[in-house]
Design a protein around this ligand. Structure first.
Ligand code: 2AL
Length: 166
């Protein structure tokens, strides 16, 4: 976690590296780096939200390359892998029935929508995630694309709030 004042002063390479784990969309990272300095945290968060508004299918595909499936906690040392593990902290990996249900649900979702199921996991139990997955399998393509992008924006903003403080 670094202070906003410090973030404002980093060279652009360092600032880019700091934002990269929030989302694997280079245009979003670049817009936030170029938008410095920010007067306060609300200004940064509102710029971050605004830069995420334009995201569509192409950005979703880019971003998903850095998100593991729910139930597959990544083992890597990279910051985004550690963040994913934390975010899925309430998914009980020792519950074999839940793990199996998530594997099956993920597979059905991928067969239906041709990309991985994405949900803001922080604050959600494994059961809540499974229920949301079942519900979202009923969505149309357009509804589900909008929902995935909304989840991606939530994950990104939460990560940003965890990276930079007032
Ligand atoms: C994730 C992830 O990595 N963090 C989170 O909140 N959700 N992955 C996913 N497939 O939904």
């Amino acid at each position: 976690m670094i202070a906003l004042k410090r973030f404002n002063q980093l060279d652009s390479g360092e600032a880019t590296a700091l934002l990269q784990p929030c989302v694997a969309i280079p245009a979003w990272t670049a817009a936030l780096v170029q938008g410095r300095p920010y007067a306060d945290l609300p200004a940064l968060l509102s710029a971050a939200r605004e830069a995420a508004q334009a995201w569509g299918e192409a950005e979703l595909a880019q971003a998903l390359s850095a998100h593991p499936r729910i139930g597959e906690k990544p083992v890597g040392q990279q910051t985004h892998a550690a963040l994913s593990r934390q975010e899925q902290g309430a998914v009980d990996a020792s519950d074999a029935r839940l793990a199996q249900a998530l594997r099956e649900g993920n597979a059905r979702y991928e067969a239906r929508f041709d990309r991985i199921f994405l949900i803001r996991a922080k604050g959600r139990s494994g059961e809540a995630i499974l229920a949301a997955l079942e519900q979202r399998l009923k969505n149309s393509d357009a509804q589900e694309s909008a929902e995935s992008l909304a989840q991606l924006r939530e994950i990104t903003l939460l990560r940003l709030e965890g990276a930079i403080s007032e």
